[in-house]
Design a protein around this ligand. Structure first.
Ligand SMILES: C[S@@+](CC[C@H](N)C(=O)[O-])C[C@H]1O[C@@H](n2cnc3c(N)ncnc32)[C@H](O)[C@@H]1O
Ligand SMILES: [Zn+2]
Length: 381
């Protein structure tokens, strides 16, 4: 980097620190002082992203719902500290044993300190704030029961240390905001970052999440750990997965057996899971290949039975009852087969009448998840 560029970056940062307007926001039970930004971007040193409120709401629901007490919690990418402060205020009594918050950015570190004060929370033996690189913080630790990897972009740089340090039966939460790589816009970026082929069609978000899950499971496997998805979802600009991490090479091997290819026919919309990365559809077209990817469950049905009133959780509760990769998109069918688009509820009823499971999918408002074969589905109307 030239010295002119370095000087420019330094000057920009100084101006940013000195003249940044601030605002105080209430989110859940937390009051948060944060820079007032027109637009969230990763070029700016620190930020509070209101669009991620749901992400934090769901973390709180999950930690309050699982049967775990006295957790050692680590938020290695904590930014303003909003998640940690909400944990202190909104997690049930007895849930937190220790809470470690960290951000390598100086302004974030300062804001976290101010925000703790603003919320009347004291630092101490059970609560610390750090200004380290996330990987170093994790690797120097004795391990945690909950680690939240919530970066801007790919979680890749933090997966190895998080999986090395997650405790037996611990929970690892992973956010990925690089959805363009995972869901087919940049296929080479997906291969490079996630070691799999993405799919650019109506199933792109589900396929992307399954590719992300496999990557996390591969990294877990070399630590002899099995990362089992508890809850997964795609929202606007990010994907999020909570894993329950078990120890043992046999458990890890069992998960790896569920890494397969997803074959999709652009001609008839037929699809299948396969060990083979190719082949032809019965309609005569060649399959488009995606994966390898996780073909197991994206959710723990028992956990989602306890969903609260958050609409996304209500949607996942239904979806979690169906063990199928992919869904049928009614708009796509209408377009490809030149036919009308029936009412969703009417169609769900017809599928169930025939003895198959069916539910809406949170991935798109026009999708139905069902174990009914496509040919039979297409005969319903
Ligand atoms: C998307 S923000 C985190 C948002 C936060 N988890 C929340 O819920 O509000 C990502 C943060 O990670 C920090 N960060 C990025 N790379 C880091 C690293 N290697 N070590 C520590 N912090 C890092 C950035 O400074 C930024 O504040
Ligand atoms: Zn076909």
């Amino acid at each position: 980097m030239s010295w002119v560029l370095k000087l420019e970056i330094l000057l920009n940062s100084v101006l940013f620190y000195l003249f940044m307007p601030y605002q105080t926001i209430q989110e859940g039970s937390a009051l948060i002082k944060a820079p007032k930004l027109e637009k969230i971007s990763k070029e700016l040193p620190v930020f509070y992203n209101p669009a991620m409120k749901l992400n934090r709401d769901i973390s709180i629901w999950l930690l309050n719902t699982i049967e775990k007490e006295k957790m050692q919690i680590c938020l290695p990418l904590a930014a303003t500290g909003v998640r940690g402060i909400r944990f202190v205020k909104e997690l049930q009594k007895g849930k937190i044993k220790t809470l470690v918050m960290n951000d390598r950015n100086h302004l974030a570190y300062k804001l976290m300190q101010e925000n703790l004060k603003l919320n009347g929370i004291k630092k101490g033996k059970n609560l610390s704030i750090n200004k380290k690189d996330a990987t170093i913080l994790l690797m120097e630790s004795a391990g945690f029961d909950y680690i939240d990897i919530d970066p801007f972009g790919t979680p890749n740089p933090f997966l190895d240390s998080a999986l090395a340090k997650i405790a037996r039966e611990g929970i690892l939460a992973v956010t990925a905001t690089d959805t363009s790589a995972l869901s087919g816009t940049y296929p080479r970026a997906c291969l490079r970052k996630y070691w799999a082929m993405s799919l650019r069609n109506e199933l792109k978000h589900e396929i992307g999440i399954r590719i992300l899950i496999r990557k996390v499971q591969l990294v877990a496997a070399h630590h002899r750990k099995a990362a089992i998805p508890l809850l997964s979802y795609a929202d606007q600009h990010y994907m999020r997965v909570f894993f329950s991490v078990a120890k043992g090479k046999e458990k890890a091997d069992t998960l790896l057996k569920q890494h397969q290819y997803f074959l999709y026919c652009d001609g008839c919309m037929g699809r299948k899971i396969s060990e083979e990365n190719g082949g032809g559809c019965s309609c005569g077209e060649k399959y488009t290949i995606a994966g390898p990817l996780w073909t197991g469950m994206l959710w723990n049905e028992q956990l989602l039975k306890k969903a609260n009133s958050i609409p996304l959780l209500q949607a996942l509760k239904e979806e979690a009852t169906i063990a199928v990769v992919g869904f049928y998109d009614l708009h796509k069918i209408a377009e490809q087969y030149k036919r009308s688009c029936p009412k969703m509820d009417w169609l769900l009823e017809r599928v169930r009448e025939k003895g198959y499971a069916a539910a809406r999918t949170h991935f798109t408002s026009s999708g139905i998840k069902t174990d009914m074969p496509l040919e039979e589905f297409l005969r319903l109307w």
